[in-house]
Design a protein around this ligand. Structure first.
Ligand code: CO8
Length: 256
């Protein structure tokens, strides 16, 4: 690991900080590989209940590294399956919260959307400016943004390449919460600690069920959710959670 992603732990929460601040955390192949490998390892670690992904004050990430990509050919892109490994980031079963300050552009906005939800600062700016570079989004921007904010708004973003301010991103549904810039990380860590305090297998199923809504028909999704609900009865988490409520005490999960 070359330090392009700094990892720190606070209890059951892992904080991942992108560490190319001078390049506004532009995502080059080395950073991408390190971030994906880090997430794979943390996802397999049963002592991790939630991850927070963040950048610097100026930028969450200003996109894929333009200098690195500029001279590449289609053949080289395809041969390297450039950014193909991001699927493992998106599919990690441990929840990931994006804590966003400053720019989240291009691949940076896509990275944010690969997290399960985002908490942004009031000064954050979002965009898919690839059109200005003569390309289109490449790690899910046209797909995930359209699911999140609808076709009209996604078209506006991808066809004009304009930036969206935090207040608009909140009302559009691109981010879950907007807080003052200097409170972003604390707010994200607090939410992550809350999630990590719940039963890990149940958190994973809840995440999976919500993600299923993007793929399945309503009838299939409802059935899937109901079956999960049924199957949780008799598990340690359900026994503890419901007993704690009835005994008027806080539940104790993840203590084994
Ligand atoms: N790539 C490389 N370097 C970058 C990037 C980037 N995306 N963004 C910023 N930098 C560098 C700048 O070159 C500059 O470096 P230097 O100091 O050596 O000149 C440094 O970061 C600081 O940037 P600026 O001086 O430009 O700072 P400003 O405050 O003036 O501007 C902006 C900030 C508006 C964010 C501006 O830097 C900018 O427009 N950046 C590019 C944003 C962009 O176009 N992003 C999309 C990139 S394409 C993409 O993400 C496609 C993803 C899909 C790929 C999938 C492949 C399969």
């Amino acid at each position: 690991m070359s330090g392009l992603v700094e990892v720190t732990r606070e209890g059951r929460v892992a904080l991942l900080r992108l560490n190319r601040p001078k390049q506004l955390n532009a995502l080059n192949a080395a950073l991408a590989a390190e971030l994906v490998a880090t997430v794979r390892a943390l996802d397999a670690d049963t002592s991790v209940g939630c991850m927070v992904v963040t950048g610097s004050d100026r930028a969450f990430a200003a996109g894929a590294d333009i200098a690195e990509m500029a001279d590449m050919s289609a053949e080289a892109m395809s041969e390297a399956d450039y950014f193909g490994e991001w699927m493992d980031f998106a599919n990690a079963r441990t929840p990931k919260i994006a804590a966003v300050q400053g720019y989240a552009l291009g691949g940076g906005c896509e990275l944010m959307m690969m997290c399960d939800f985002a908490i942004a600062g009031q000064g954050a700016k979002f965009g898919q400016p690839e059109i200005k570079l003569g390309v289109v989004a490449g790690i899910g921007g046209t797909q995930r943004m359209t699911k999140l904010i609808g076709r009209a708004r996604a078209m506006d973003m991808h066809l004009t390449g304009r930036m969206m301010e935090a207040a608009e991103a909140l009302s559009a549904g691109l981010v879950a919460r907007v807080v003052p810039d200097d409170e972003v990380l604390a707010e994200a860590m607090k939410a992550a600690a809350e999630i990590a305090g719940y039963a890990r297998p149940v958190v994973r199923l809840a995440r999976e069920a919500v993600m299923r809504a993007e793929e399945a028909s309503l009838a299939e999704g409802l059935l899937y959710e109901r079956r999960l609900f049924h199957q949780l009865f008799g598990t340690a988490a359900q026994r503890e959670g419901m007993a704690a409520f009835l005994e008027k005490r806080p539940p104790r999960f993840n203590e084994a």
